[in-house]
Design a protein around this ligand. Structure first.
Ligand SMILES: Cc1cc2nc3c(=O)[nH]c(=O)nc-3n(C[C@H](O)[C@H](O)[C@H](O)COP(=O)(O)OP(=O)(O)OC[C@H]3O[C@@H](n4cnc5c(N)ncnc54)[C@H](O)[C@@H]3O)c2cc1C
Length: 376
């Protein structure tokens, strides 16, 4: 018997869909709600490291992810010179184990569709366009009211509602979310045949200029600069800024630049961070994913850590008879130090970039790869 019979998951991103899949598969009745009116049909790409792929395999979606994404095992470093010269080709560590690639690039809406379809197929009941307006908990459960009307009682509520988590606020947790100082432009474009893995260009007008193939015919390209308010720019103006910033980068970037067409080819996201100290639960409400920890994407570990939270929490809930203090302590022990180390390392990397400081980047990357290679 599991520790819970019915669960409300608030938020249908990577963390929320993953926990919904695992609990529903384990025989728990799962309601998943998301404030968005519908699943995203447009967006950019995501880089999934091996440890994320290991969880996706556990969720039963690896074949689908593999078929729609683009996998590779090396990382290229290029110079911001007139030829985009290749400086080094590094073997990426297969952090998900030897039978999974080191990295898979995906179109985000495709990943979301795969996860939502899987959650529905294993029995999770999914509702878009609503949120939870109040919850009141006692020792045995949580009474919830919904914005679209109705109430329900659950054994557990999982707040997987992202970096600005309303669940976190409703718990009265005061967590400061701080800007990292970085802004990222991302563009989703056709993949030139020459792009078969991620290449990173350090230096030039941007801190990083990079791209990641996301499927046989697509890639996403990104440019990291100082955070600034670009919210007033129209799509053509955004395209012009991104094109201008990318002019310093050559090699495959020349083809990527050619392919981009408005609107909107790219958009800038300001990057924020936080990490919640233990515990991540209050009574029978628990936070996972970006609601608990958010890192700059310098190590591409945000979604991976969100997926790991879901895997560990589901494993513990399905193995226990009740959500005991010992079970929550095990969750804390397995998740808080690991996710905190990843956030800290991702932040350290972004600080080195912003301060134009030559830190021990290979050493830091090797340490985190080693850490996340061990199953969560
Ligand atoms: C610029 C950028 C690039 C990134 N690149 C990568 C990368 O390459 N690789 C990687 O691993 N990570 C990357 N990340 C991090 C990654 O996107 C996040 O860590 C991950 O999406 C977190 O998943 P989540 O499910 O916790 O939250 P989210 O994906 O934010 O999902 C939260 C969900 O909750 C819903 N929601 C919000 N509020 C409510 C509410 N009140 N009620 C109901 N539903 C609600 C939202 O609609 C959303 O669907 C990047 C982040 C940024 C900012």
């Amino acid at each position: 018997m599991a520790a819970v019979r019915n669960v409300l998951v608030v938020g249908g991103g990577a963390a929320g869909t993953a926990i919904a899949i695992l609990l529903a598969e384990g025989g728990v009745s799962v309601d998943l709600i998301d404030a968005k009116p519908a699943a995203d049909t447009a967006g950019s790409g995501i880089t999934l490291q091996g440890n994320a792929l290991r969880v996706l395999r556990r969720l039963g979606v690896w074949a689908d992810v593999s078929a729609h994404g683009y996998s590779f095992d090396t990382l290229g470093l290029r110079a911001p010179d007139p030829h985009g010269s290749l400086i080094a080709e590094l073997d990426d560590i297969r952090t998900g184990g030897p039978d999974l690639p080191a990295t898979t690039g995906m179109y985000r809406p495709e990943l979301a569709r795969i996860l939502l379809d899987r959650a529905a197929a294993v029995g999770a009941k999914i509702r878009f366009g609503t949120t939870c307006t109040t919850f009141t908990q006692d020792a045995d459960g949580v009474d919830v009211t919904f914005a679209d009307g109705g109430t329900a009682r659950y054994d557990l509520v999982v707040g997987a509602d992202g970096i600005r988590s309303q669940t976190r606020r409703m718990l009265g947790i005061d967590l400061t979310t701080t800007p990292t100082g970085m802004g990222i432009w991302r563009a989703f474009t056709p993949r030139p045949a020459s792009v078969t893995r991620t290449d990173l260009y350090y230096g030039g007008p941007c801190y990083i200029a990079g791209y990641c193939p996301t499927g046989p015919a697509s890639l996403y390209a990104y440019l990291v600069e100082d955070a600034r308010d670009r919210s007033e720019l129209s799509p053509p103006e955004s395209l012009a800024v991104m094109r201008e910033l990318s002019q310093a980068y050559h090699g495959p970037w020349d083809e990527i630049r050619e392919h981009r067409t408005p609107p909107p080819p790219g958009y800038e996201t300001l990057v924020y961070t936080h990490v919640l100290s233990a515990p991540w639960h209050r009574g029978r409400v628990v936070l996972i994913g970006d609601a608990a920890h958010a890192c700059p994407p310098t190590l591409a570990q945000g979604a991976a850590q969100a997926l790991e939270d879901a895997e560990v929490l589901a494993e513990l809930l399905l193995a226990a008879d009740a959500p005991t203090d010992a079970m929550w302590q095990a969750f804390t022990d397995r998740r808080v130090p690991r996710a905190t180390a990843v956030v800290d390392a991702s932040l350290q990397l972004s600080r080195w970039l912003l301060d134009r400081e030559r830190g021990d980047v290979p050493g830091l990357m090797a340490r985190i790869s080693h850490l996340v290679s061990a199953p969560a």
